[in-house]
Design a protein around this ligand. Structure first.
Ligand SMILES: *Cc1c(COP(=O)(O)O)cnc(C)c1O
Length: 388
């Protein structure tokens, strides 16, 4: 292929058509800004779906990754490596968990959580107590088990048969308490793909209590909400609970693929030798980058995430086309009065700002480190698109 190839037509011809891409080919980026193949610049308020937590090509992250890349790129999980061990220790120390398991994506982290819950229950109670309860409107991934776990009917098509042992519930304690044979309840503190909908604190408190009473594992899917996105390292810290299991992915690798499952004392030793594994999990290059992410997200940085989230919220709430803003920290969903989210997104591209949608809302997941100037300009452009 020559340097002048038409990226878009080659992609359309040779990439399996599971994505409906926007008409933009991004070639480079720096901080909160990226540039397309025609030389147009955009302010990115979507961060590659909450992944580029430090923005594009952050200097400290590039240095950490590059150093590790030219030292040792992979060993397999047959051997120890320092970045992997250090990342696990740092995550546990910062979150209050006992142990970590590394994998390569959010769906895989949730698979690990499902397996942990099933085995925890099998070890203590034998077979038959295997139901994973998830909430309606949730999103947990695209593998067969996590697709089944996803509590939205639109996802439960084509790929029959779906997995057994999953039940869906509303945010209703009585309803959940009435389901038989439950080994775990899995939830997002802020439903992301479902439309940026935070769960109520009272529900979480009651759910945590129900789970404790019945020896049911509480699994927090923090694939989107985790790693500072909501203004705390974990969204559970807003709710004052430490779920038995927390899963992480998106923002942890700052652009490289990693998933993690954090387990508390109750199930820290449930998965034993030979019961789970993955070739790429705990890759030292990605772990070195993730360590840089964590070192940057100190209390002061998390405070800035909350402040910047409030700034975005207040700017948008004074905008005539906006009906409301939902979410926590810099995970925000904008309810529109008249315009369709898909149209606003297209108009945003025209204005030079990249955003996301979630259901009927515009969704924002800006880089956590976005500077005030870029943020102000990005929001200006977004408002121009909404009011267009
Ligand atoms: C994105 C997401 C997933 C899936 O993560 P992948 O890395 O795409 O497998 C799972 N749960 C939540 C809450 C997510 O936002």
């Amino acid at each position: 292929m020559d340097g002048d190839m038409d990226i878009k037509s080659v992609d359309k011809k040779h990439i399996v058509g599971t994505y409906n891409r926007y008409d933009v080919a991004i070639v480079s980026g720096s901080g909160a800004r990226c540039t397309d193949d025609c030389g147009r610049e955009y302010i990115d308020l979507g961060s590659g779906i909450g992944v580029n937590s430090l923005g594009y090509c952050d200097k400290g992250w590039v240095a950490a990754v590059s150093k590790q890349l030219s030292t040792l790129q992979h060993t397999s999980n047959l051997y120890y490596t320092r970045p992997c061990a250090e990342l696990a220790a740092t995550l546990c120390e910062r979150s209050g968990y006992a142990k970590a398991l590394f994998c390569n994506s959010g769906a895989e982290a949730n698979e690990a959580a499902i397996k942990t819950a099933r085995k925890y229950s099998f070890d203590k109670y034998g077979r038959g107590r295997d139901v994973i309860v998830t909430l309606r409107n949730s999103f947990h991934g695209r593998t067969m088990a996590t697709l089944t776990a996803t509590g939205q009917d639109v996802f439960h098509n084509y790929f029959f048969p779906f997995n057994e042992g999953f039940e869906y519930a509303d945010k209703d304690i009585e309803q959940i308490a009435g389901i038989e044979g439950v080994c775990a309840v899995m939830l997002e503190f802020v439903q992301g793909e479902g439309g940026v909908i935070p769960v109520e604190k009272e529900f979480v408190t009651e759910l945590a209590q129900l789970c404790r009473e019945r020896d049911i594992l509480l699994i927090a899917d923090e694939v989107q909400t985790g790693i500072g996105r909501t203004g705390k390292l974990l969204a559970s810290q807003h709710y004052g609970v430490l779920p038995d299991i927390t899963t992480l992915a998106k923002g942890l690798g700052a652009g490289l693929p990693i998933g993690a499952m954090l387990v508390g004392d109750r199930c820290a030793d449930t998965l034993t030798f030979g019961t789970h594994g993955t070739t790429f999990g705990g890759n030292p290059v990605i772990c070195a980058g993730a360590l840089e992410v964590l070192s940057r997200l100190d209390d002061a940085a998390l405070e800035q995430v909350r402040r910047k989230g409030e700034y975005i919220r207040s700017r948008l709430l004074s905008c005539p086309g906006v009906a409301g803003v939902d979410g926590l920290g810099m995970m925000l969903g904008i309810r529109l009065k008249d315009k369709q989210a898909a149209q606003v997104l297209k108009d945003c591209i025209g204005e030079g700002v990249l955003v996301l949608t979630a259901k009927e809302k515009i969704r924002l997941l800006p880089p956590l480190t976005i500077g005030d100037g870029d943020l102000q300009e990005g929001v200006d452009r977004l408002i121009a698109a909404i009011e267009k």
